[in-house]
Write a protein that binds this ligand. Structure first.
Ligand code: GDP
Ligand code: ZN
Length: 296
């Protein structure tokens, strides 16, 4: 048996990439009885019964590390959150919300500021400082001049990644810039991205030359986002974590409690004020929505 990844599913067929070859597969009937629906991104074991025509059968679906709801893809490891430095101006509240959603989905996070050519005065260091203790990669790119494209491609290496961010920030352009060196799939890629804009369709995986894999549709809503409780919000702020052990109360919300390690870190300048303010803002918004029974 051969191990591979489901790259796409169409009309009852699964296309599984294994050892660099795409196999057309049917899934074993037993999965239906077991209530398993193979998903794009699933690692599977296939039995190749026609190596000339690349036909195989999916025999096993390996355990999923995670599952995104939109796009409905399994085993995504990292999110590239793209914003433009200008046109459109970055909406920082939206950026922070997206970060929390990606954290909640259990994804590694890369924050990408694109359109680096549009504003020479853009203060990238300010953002680096803001996210200093989060462990997130920050990167400045320009899909037109090629700035940061190699670095971004390097970050995609050997991982399954999903791009996200508002429309018009340059996600498709970045993918095209990354794929330019890949004469084999560049046409395929741009075609797929165009189609993706106009129709709702199943997501597919795109293979990069360096072993990276990218989901062809943006987004990362995880299955249980609506279950996030405001009390759990600080879990999704990794920069708070090392200070929490200094909180007097285990269930400290880092708001008005005495002897709060997070607030002490804020006062001593160890923690970014912007990040703390975002936490308070989102906490309030979530509790408001909870009262109104609305989720975000
Ligand atoms: P998407 O909606 O996020 O996929 O954004 P697109 O890739 O479709 O890009 C939206 C617009 O921004 C297009 O007109 C692109 O040519 C432009 N664009 C993308 N990247 C850059 C960049 O780095 N610099 C500039 N100046 N424009 C860019
Ligand atoms: Zn606290």
């Amino acid at each position: 048996m051969t191990k591979g990844i489901i790259f796409k599913g169409i009309g009852g067929f699964y296309y599984v990439k294994a050892n660099g070859v795409l196999f057309e597969c049917k899934a074993r009937g037993k999965f239906k009885n077991q209530n398993i629906t193979p998903l794009v991104g699933d690692y599977v074991l296939i039995d190749v019964y026609d190596s000339q025509a690349n036909l195989a059968t999916i025999e096993e679906v390996c355990e999923r590390k995670n599952e995104l709801l939109r796009p409905n893809v399994a085993n995504v490891e990292q999110a590239i959150i793209v914003f433009a430095i200008k046109d459109p101006m970055p909406n920082l509240t939206l950026l922070d919300k997206m970060i929390v959603l990606a954290e909640h989905a259990g994804l590694e996070i890369i924050i990408c500021f694109n359109k680096g050519d549009l504003d020479e005065t853009f203060d990238f260091e300010l953002y680096q400082k803001r996210f200093e203790r989060t462990g997130y990669h920050l990167i400045k790119t320009c899909a037109h001049t090629g700035e940061g494209i190699d670095a971004l491609k390097g970050l995609l290496k050997n991982k399954i990644s999903v791009f996200s961010g508002p429309s018009g920030v340059g996600k498709s352009s970045l993918l095209n810039a990354i794929e330019n060196g890949l004469s084999l799939t560049v046409g395929e890629l741009s075609q797929k991205i165009k189609r993706g804009k106009h129709t709702t369709r199943h997501s597919e995986l795109l293979q990069l030359s360096n072993g990276g894999i990218v989901v062809d549709t943006p987004g990362f809503t995880s299955l249980s986002m609506h279950e996030v409780e405001p009390e759990a919000l600080s879990q999704f702020f990794p920069d708070f974590s090392s200070f929490k052990s200094n909180c007097r109360f285990d269930n400290c919300l880092h708001l008005n409690e005495p002897n709060c390690g997070v607030k002490e870190a804020l006062v001593s300048g160890m923690l970014s004020k912007e990040r703390y303010d975002v936490y308070v803002y989102l906490y309030k918004e979530m509790t408001e929505n909870e009262r109104k029974n609305k989720k975000w």
